[in-house]
Design a protein around this ligand. Structure first.
Ligand SMILES: C[S@@+](CC[C@H](N)C(=O)[O-])C[C@H]1O[C@@H](n2cnc3c(N)ncnc32)[C@H](O)[C@@H]1O
Length: 217
């Protein structure tokens, strides 16, 4: 197949999918990863963010591993591979340190919550106990692989959320925990949002859910 023909054939389906999922994107919901050390985890979080309809990913990157320019990051082979190209469809912004990210979020009216397998800060809850629709603009923070969430992030956040652990292992990995937490947070916010956007006054669904994608060959 000639490149041009291929492009003309694939474009309508990509556009149709982008249009179909647009109403279900969670507005004003951001996932923040604090000092991740493994690029594969960054890719996995980006993939989860994209799949859950979370709006953006912010990365606190003290070591300066990531490029400032999102366009450059989109072309990074390792991130693109582990995110299964989700990086092409997801806005990613990097920050030099934790305070810089909090300053930026707070200036825009975002409230932050952190995640940890441990009890941290003044308020600590289990994931299923939370109402994640209370704050119109919400940032959910995930800590680094070895150290976890920083004390500074705990100090500047509204609460700490934990996924209950029932095994001998004390924590989940970054990719897995971001998937579980963002699923719950996005589910709640999408349900809340739907009452005002894709449902009519009687609560009937006006916008059909996007169709399940056929597996790629
Ligand atoms: C591999 S864990 C970090 C483990 C680190 N030793 C610690 O004690 O926090 C990486 C990140 O995944 C998230 N995470 C892992 N397990 C979690 C759990 N049970 N509940 C909530 N978040 C969790 C947190 O954001 C954590 O900072």
């Amino acid at each position: 197949m000639e490149p041009l023909e291929k492009e003309t054939k694939s474009k309508p389906s990509v556009r149709a999918r982008a249009d179909a999922i647009k109403p279900f994107r969670c507005k004003n919901l951001i996932a923040v990863i604090e000092n991740p050390t493994d690029v594969r985890n960054i890719g996995t979080v980006i993939r989860n963010v994209n799949a859950m309809g979370v709006e953006k990913v912010y990365v606190v990157d003290v070591r300066g591993d990531l490029p400032d320019d999102w366009q450059v990051l989109r072309d990074d082979k390792a991130v693109s591979k582990t995110s299964v190209s989700a990086v092409k469809w997801t806005i990613v912004k990097r920050f030099d340190n934790t305070d810089a990210c909090f300053d930026y979020l707070e200036a825009k009216g975002f409230v932050s919550i952190v995640t940890s397998p441990h009890v941290k800060g003044k308020t600590s809850i289990y994931l299923d106990e939370g109402d994640y629709t209370v704050h119109p603009k919400l940032a959910v923070w995930f800590g680094s692989e070895a150290i976890g969430i920083s004390d500074r992030a705990v100090e500047r956040s509204a609460m700490c959320v934990s996924i209950p652990m029932f095994g001998m292992i004390e924590s989940l990995n970054l990719g897995t925990s971001s998937g579980i937490v963002l699923y719950e947070v996005a589910k709640q916010r999408r349900a809340y949002q739907s009452r005002f956007t894709w449902r009519n006054q009687r609560g009937e669904r006006e916008t059909p859910l996007p169709t399940v994608m056929a597996p790629s060959k």
